[in-house]
Design a protein around this ligand. Structure first.
Ligand code: DGL
Length: 267
């Protein structure tokens, strides 16, 4: 039994490749179809209506590819568009977002008392983490803070980025004072989780959705008897809506092995 149909994954760009990478590691028999909307990057500064419009087009594209599961590998899209889109298409596939596994983890954790959240403006303005956490665990204090420059700085150049002080400036903010854990509320941030942890002298817990999502996906697909039985070498497919050589080069940073990005403008 099971299903050898692909898993669709999408993000505003190539940040969601951190999620794809984690899924690929945990579930090497699964075929991945990735879509990065590099034409409309960044989503983080766009209105919920715009993010909704782009995300729906991508979901339709992945449904046409017959995906058994679709992962919103973008916090900005997960927080603004997931509910609206899944209401419309829930009968056609199983949907996942990068927020729910984090909320589940926090629900089960005993040590978290004050949790910070960093993410794009779209994610932080949606208040999704604060609302969902306060629904499940009333005694946890949530401290959200938008870090709008981080995603593009990470993409631009990791090494230059770390020699400058922007990360430090953000993390020093009063808004994050007293936190015992920090949610990386953007799929670009796992790339710098070590640097973030070092800033806090490894004294706080860093909560990253990439690994939590892949475990959550694995459990759900197992329960639904949808895991692949494929043992042949798998050729994943990676599409971006606006190709550039620089994205091709950067992709290696996010997806740890060599991949070929194909341009596909679906808009
Ligand atoms: N990777 C996206 C997210 O998780 C952030 C990048 C963007 O602003 O498009 O929200």
């Amino acid at each position: 039994m099971g299903s050898n149909k692909p898993i669709g994954i999408f993000d505003s760009g190539i940040g969601g490749l951190t999620v794809a990478n984690s899924i690929n590691k945990l579930l090497p028999n699964e075929k991945i179809i990735y879509f990065g909307d590099t034409l409309h990057l960044p989503y983080g500064s766009k209105s919920p209506e715009k993010i909704n419009k782009y995300s729906e087009k991508i979901v339709k594209f992945l449904l046409e590819k017959n995906c058994k599961a679709i992962v919103f590998a973008c916090n900005s899209a997960s927080s603004t568009s997931f509910d609206t889109i899944t209401k419309k298409y829930f009968e056609q596939t199983t949907f996942f977002n990068v927020i729910e596994p984090v909320i589940d983890y926090i629900k089960s954790s005993k040590n978290i008392k004050t949790v910070g959240v960093i993410g794009t403006e779209a994610t932080i303005n949606s208040q999704v983490y604060s609302k969902k956490i306060s629904k499940t665990k009333k005694n946890i204090l949530v401290k959200p803070m938008a870090t709008p420059l981080l995603a593009s700085l990470i993409e631009d150049n990791k090494s230059v980025f770390f020699s400058n002080s922007i990360l430090k400036k953000y993390l020093q903010s009063k808004l994050l004072k007293g936190i015992d854990s920090l949610i990386l509320g953007c799929t670009h941030y796992p790339i710098i989780s070590q640097e973030i942890s070092s800033f806090f002298k490894d004294s706080i817990e860093i909560i990253s959705s990439d690994k939590l999502l892949s475990c959550y996906l694995n459990n759900t697909l197992k329960k639904k008897n949808l895991l692949s039985s494929n043992v042949n070498p798998i050729r994943h497919q990676f599409y971006i809506s606006d190709y550039s050589k620089s994205f091709q080069i950067k992709s290696k940073m996010f997806f740890k092995s060599e991949i070929i990005l194909e341009e596909q403008n679906i808009f």
